[in-house]
Design a protein around this ligand. Structure first.
Ligand code: ATP
Ligand code: MG
Length: 265
């Protein structure tokens, strides 16, 4: 496994939050995109990260996944302070990110995509194709609820629908036992039925005892899926509210107020 030094002890259980960011800053040149972010994700919690275009949502998650290094601040994962230098390192820690489309290699089969970069090999380093196919088949059926007869483990990813591609990406995150799954606009450009699949997958993350950060502009998607809403506004946290404390209508109303007045209230 690459970057093995980054792997935390999976047995560690003594921590309050799965992920915690403390006073994280990130700037590009003179532009301060993240300004003192305090953010956390609990165990078995789905947190929706919401905010206007350019608020800094993707930048925030990229500081978690090792795409960007924060200029200042601390990030803790499972109670341990981490410094992430690469996406491979964040994966090794148990953090997976699901993007629309981009996550998969279109020309390759489903099973190859499933195990890309983390092949099941024997002692000689030879890939165990049979096992990879069997595991992919099991995942398709049990974890991802794929029902289409047209899709098999040998199907090329380019023939999958957008929602099915997302399913593969999420299934992969679950298979490799990611503790934190980050979904950055996973429903963008999907039809109603495909969106429903992705939202069902998102809910299954919790059933597996995992946590997620879910970014979307669609409140009809995030409200049912999330346990808590964190509002990002121009690089700062403007609100942090549990679903039990706010109705969907109130959330939408407050977001409209935020856009108008700059205050989430
Ligand atoms: N690599 C970069 N270099 C310079 N500026 C950047 C870079 N990445 C992001 N930015 C800027 O940071 C700001 C926040 O961008 P970010 O992508 O985090 O927003 P977002 O909240 O994800 O928006 P959206 O909802 O549109 O996806 C934007 O003004 C963007 O132009
Ligand atoms: Mg974004």
């Amino acid at each position: 496994m690459s970057d093995s030094a980054a792997v935390t002890d999976k047995q560690t259980t003594e921590y309050d939050n799965l992920l915690e960011m403390r006073d994280v800053h990130k700037s590009f040149g003179h532009v301060n995109v993240l300004q003192g972010i305090n953010f956390h994700v609990g165990k078995c919690e789905i947190v929706a990260l919401v905010g206007d275009n350019g608020a800094g949502k993707s930048t925030l998650i990229k500081t978690i996944t090792g795409v960007h290094r924060p200029n200042k601040g601390e990030i803790y994962f499972k109670g341990k302070r981490i410094t992430i230098h690469s996406v491979a390192q964040s994966r090794a820690l148990g953090i997976e990110t699901v993007y629309q489309e981009r996550a998969l290699a279109d020309q390759q089969s489903m099973w190859r995509n499933m195990f890309a970069g983390r092949e099941i090999t024997n002692k000689l380093g030879i890939i165990n194709i049979k096992k990879e196919k069997l595991e992919t088949e099991r995942l398709l059926r049990d974890s991802m609820g794929f029902t289409s007869k047209a899709i098999t483990v040998d199907s090329q990813v380019m023939f999958l629908s957008g929602g099915e591609k997302q399913g593969v990406a999420i299934g992969r995150a679950l298979y490799f036992d990611a503790d934190l799954i980050i979904l950055d606009e996973p429903t963008m450009g999907l039809s109603l039925s495909e969106t429903k699949k992705v939202l069902d997958f998102t809910r299954s993350i919790k059933d597996h005892g995992k946590s997620a950060i879910f970014i979307s502009h669609n409140f009809y998607h995030i409200y049912p899926a999330a346990d808590r809403f964190v509002i990002l506004d121009r690089g700062k946290i403007a609100g942090d509210v549990r679903k039990s404390e706010i109705t969907q209508d109130d959330l939408v109303q407050k977001m409209e107020n935020l856009a108008r007045t700059g205050v989430f209230e």
